[in-house]
Design a protein around this ligand. Structure first.
Ligand code: FE
Length: 176
């Protein structure tokens, strides 16, 4: 959604999307941040901003109904525009969880409180889990999106390094 608008737009992300983009749109609220700050975007025919980078396609819709589902509001939309931006493999939720080792935002309907620690229990030592979003730092993989090469131990991360998903400080991480 964009402000108190009658339209919304859905972006199909590619598998190479960086954690920072997922964090900006998935772990922050539009109530206290401008989610499009620093993001490369264009306006659709209906005047709705859509992501340009790491995006394969978008669908714009006009809100025709909204349903109060207690913790969330479900918006029903009629698709009014759509555009294919480039070819690629779309990132599914399963890929995000299994390969990119992401987690579910605390505000998401699918969030389960024990999810992060349970997933963590099966991981090898030397990994660190973000206590805010559940992202796991794996030294074998590093954090290439933010210039941290594979093989960098958690202790050697620069002091200014933060969680690539939600932005939490190093001090918010606990050893797995
Ligand atoms: Fe995090």
């Amino acid at each position: 959604m964009y402000g108190k608008a009658s339209h919304f737009l859905v972006s199909v992300l590619s598998q190479d999307v960086p954690f920072s983009l997922i964090g900006q749109f998935g772990f922050k609220s539009g109530r206290d941040t401008d989610k499009f700050n620093g993001i490369n975007y264009l306006l659709s025919k209906d005047g709705i901003p859509y992501l340009v980078d790491n995006t394969l396609a978008y669908m714009g819709a006009r809100v025709i109904n909204e349903i109060d589902a207690l913790t969330h509001t479900v918006f029903i939309g009629e698709v009014t525009e759509a555009e294919l931006l480039k070819e690629g493999t779309p990132m599914t939720y399963a890929y995000y969880q299994q390969v990119k080792k992401g987690s579910v935002s605390r505000n998401a309907p699918t969030y389960i409180k024990s999810q992060a620690p349970e997933a963590a229990a099966t991981e090898k030592a030397g990994k660190f889990v973000c206590s805010v979003c559940g992202y796991i730092y794996d030294p074998e993989m590093g954090d290439p999106d933010n210039g941290v090469p594979a093989g960098t131990p958690f202790e050697k991360l620069p002091s200014g390094w933060g969680c690539p998903v939600c932005g939490a400080a190093k001090s918010e991480f606990k050893e797995v």
